[in-house]
Design a binder for this molecule. Structure first.
Ligand code: RB5
Length: 154
């Protein structure tokens, strides 16, 4: 898959680890920054960049990290068509994909350990959006931001 990745300084180390994991799994990763964990940057810039890559079709999915995953998810969700989910573990990752058809996942570099984060990302990638009753709810989400089918390659 083509995956866009981004983080602020607080998520930088986790983002680097997840990018390495994804590349080792054979995914094509576009790393949209930031480039180090020292210089303070603003998570909205990176969440928006990742979401725009997904919604435009340049990437199939997005992976974000900040201190908690929360701020960067809020930013990503401002982009119509993005469905960014903060995931904490395998269960939230799997359900974010199956029920919410998340196309961006966000993790916390200060809140989630590296093994748990990697397992969660693997579970997200292995999961498949479930149809039926969930499609109707996703359609309502699309109605809320007027995004039609943007960001839905699957
Ligand atoms: C940066 O210090 C921190 O506030 C940010 O990474 C994030 O946790 C916000 O949600």
């Amino acid at each position: 898959m083509r995956i866009a990745a981004g983080s602020d300084h607080a998520g930088f180390e986790l983002k680097e680890l997840l990018v390495s994991y994804l590349e080792a799994q054979g995914h094509e990763v576009a790393d949209l920054g930031t480039t180090n964990g020292v210089d303070s940057v603003d998570y909205p810039d990176f969440g928006a960049a990742v979401a725009r890559a997904v919604v435009s079709g340049d990437a199939d999915l997005g992976v974000c990290a900040c201190g908690t995953g929360i701020g960067i998810a809020i930013a990503a969700n401002k982009i119509p068509g993005a469905r960014a989910a903060v995931i904490h573990d395998v269960t939230t990752a799997k359900l974010a994909r199956e029920h919410n058809h998340a196309n961006v996942v966000c993790l916390g570099g200060r809140t989630t350990g590296t093994a748990t984060a990697t397992d969660a990302l693997a579970a997200f990638l292995a999961a498949t959006p479930e149809r039926g009753r969930h499609d109707k709810r996703i359609e309502k989400l699309r109605d809320l931001d007027g995004s039609s089918t943007k960001g839905d390659p699957q």
